[in-house]
Design a protein around this ligand. Structure first.
Ligand code: SF4
Ligand code: SF4
Length: 397
């Protein structure tokens, strides 16, 4: 794709990188075929190719930002387009540059919602207090928001460092409140196999939320804080483990995010290199995997952050099958379920429709349970079906 950036923009790291990414796109449109939002609206500007044109125009100053804003806000950042693209266009990184250009503010109710989400979600204590309040006042809360109140409000998982072998387990922000069983279950599984767990007391939100909502500066503050908190454990732990793929994919990116920060670049790269999604650790450590007696047929939903962000495919399936589960076939497994972090609150119509289609695909072959690997997908799918939705780790005993 041709670009016409000003010399001023090209003199910046972000301008140079955006130019490089834009020029790698040959506008073939293959990516549109796997874009969930393009499938919903059929509008070229709701597909990756159209968004790439919009981003170019935005950065060149020839687009009115309202139009870019609308179509970029509708993008899930699922990165299915990256998996499909034959030219290796780094769409996720380009979208991040464009979102930062647009900034986090929006007009009207959406603007207030964005402020509220960014205030609430990254702070686990605040989120826990709000979830408790939500449970008490549930009958008076609009149906739209009710679905975001967890059935059970979780706590942080504490360390269990009595073994010589140890890993550093991320507690995350939303995950510890909405799906605490995941990390508890992992800690018990590892304990049985002689591996202890450390936790970083001052660990916080990974920064993904602010990054996706266009506040890179705030996101990088969170990243630096985490680099300080996690680095202190690198000598005693063999890996940093994330059981929420949405956080793991961001931690693996810390090295890139802080590459230009002379004070943090090296430490951030070390944190990224030490980070593993839990399935990578399970396979690497060759853990003994046993299935539950009460369940046989499982529908597996691969989160986008796992399959497109980290490009991990087939690993969870291998683990579950080697434990003895039967995985039922799923239509369009590459498509996002519509959760996508704060997307389900900010773009409810598209999110609901994607959720409805995903549940239909998952239930088509009568599974007894649905397994996934990210807190967002688990919660989003969980209140759309009577079939239980769990983290895949919970299927191992
Ligand atoms: S598939 Fe890749 S090269 Fe083709 S239009 Fe999409 S992003 Fe551009
Ligand atoms: S990230 Fe997902 S929603 Fe956004 S353009 Fe790519 S495929 Fe479409």
């Amino acid at each position: 794709m041709q670009t016409n950036f000003t010399a001023e923009l090209l003199a910046t790291d972000r301008g140079q990188r955006a130019n490089e990414i834009l020029r790698s796109c040959v506008h073939c449109g293959f990516c549109n075929a796997t874009c969930p939002t393009y499938q919903l609206t059929g509008d070229e500007l709701d597909g990756p190719r159209g968004r790439i044109y919009l981003i170019r125009d935005l950065l060149e100053g020839v687009d009115d930002s309202t139009r870019s804003q609308m179509h970029l806000d509708r993008c899930l950042t699922c990165r299915a387009c990256e998996t499909t693209c034959p030219s290796g266009v780094a769409y996720g990184e380009l979208a991040e540059i464009a979102r930062n250009e647009l900034g986090p503010s929006r007009r009207g109710i959406k603007g207030w919602m964005r402020l509220f989400i960014r205030w609430l979600v990254p702070d686990a204590s605040r989120l826990r207090r709000m979830a408790r309040l939500g449970k008490i006042t549930r009958p008076f809360i609009p149906a739209r928001l009710k679905q975001h109140i967890p059935q059970r409000i979780g706590k942080r998982v504490e360390a269990n460092a009595q073994h010589t072998r140890k890993v550093l387990l991320l507690n995350g922000c939303a995950q510890q409140v909405a799906t605490e069983n995941t990390n508890k279950h992992l800690r018990d599984l590892l304990d049985q196999q002689g591996i202890g767990v450390e936790v970083a007391s001052d660990e916080g939100c990974c920064g993904a939320l602010d990054l996706h909502l266009g506040d890179e500066s705030k996101a990088l503050d969170r990243v630096r804080r985490n680099v300080d908190a996690l680095s202190a454990h690198l000598d005693s732990c063999e890996a940093i483990i994330s059981t929420a793929s949405g956080c793991g994919v961001t931690l693996k990116d810390y090295g890139r995010l802080l590459a230009a920060d002379s004070e943090y670049a090296e430490a951030a790269a070390l944190v990224s290199a030490a980070t593993l999604d839990v399935v990578e650790f399970v396979e690497r450590a060759a853990l003994d995997l046993r299935k539950r007696d009460d369940i046989d047929r499982v529908a597996w939903h691969a989160p986008c952050s796992l399959q497109h962000g980290m490009q991990i495919t087939g690993s969870v399936e291998r683990c579950l099958e080697s434990a003895g589960y039967e995985l039922v076939p799923i239509k369009d497994p590459h498509l996002c379920c519509g959760s996508a972090g704060s997307y389900s609150m900010l773009e409810p119509e598209m999110s609901d429709e994607l959720g409805r289609r995903k549940v239909e695909a998952l239930l088509q072959n009568d599974p007894e349970i649905i397994a996934t690997a990210n807190v967002g997908c688990q919660s989003h799918l969980g209140h759309r079906t009577g079939v239980p939705v769990v983290h895949w780790l919970e299927l191992l005993v």
